[in-house]
Design a binder for this molecule. Sequence first.
Ligand SMILES: [Zn+2]
Length: 272
Amino acid sequence: MVQDIPKSVDIEYDALPARDDESVLSYDGRSVLVRIDGNRAVLPKVCELSGECRMVFAFRADGKRFFLCLDKADAKGFGYEALSRIRQVKADTQQYAIVTGFHYHCFHEENRFCRRCGAQLEHCPQKRCMVCRRCAAEIYPTIAPAIILGIIDEENDSILLTRYADREYKKYALVAGFVEMGESAEMAAKREAMEETGLEIEDIEFFATQPWGFAQDLLIGYFAKVKGSREIKRDTQELSEALWVKREDVPAKPGEISLTSEMMWAFKSSQR
Ligand SMILES: [Zn+2]
């Protein structure tokens, strides 16, 4: 999974300014400034940027510091590539940085003005937050908890796969959704199963969690058994497809970056 790519991640804030040989994350909508080198996405270094850019420290991965550029940057030999393309490149530290950096980019895009008093926000020089000089509010990156659910039909040795109706991700996925106010993750899993597929579940079992910067989520993965009827009543607004797939037919392979793929592979390879 994406968090397993770097050997080490250090999220502690580091206020020292960026050096020339350090990597820059610059986004434009849902694209990132990179050079595609073979099957690798290579980020520009500070010294490769043309023109001035405001930069803030993002995080450290595998001992290297990554900086977020708050302006649209330019660098000779680099271009903006869609994030969907970045999902396909080699899993390395730079890929992890691009996924996680997008979370930080969205935080800055969505927090230009104070949500309490409306004044313009500034990046805090000492920590990873935005501050309001008028009312002293401090605003930190939001992380939305969401569940991913592998519903298993033991009798028929099958798992329920879905396809989203209106997302850029078109491959098979699992039932998923945000945890709502006042719910535990397990309650959300039961509710999403019923809402998306009309299925009741039991024996909910935790699998793993995953930070998912593409959507500013923390994903929480569970497997559960279907309870009672196997008949699917698909939510046609959310899903274009929902079907039972036999274990051997699950379209999954090991080593993918998403928790969804990891869970599909866990089922296919009989780890669940
Ligand atoms: Zn304010």
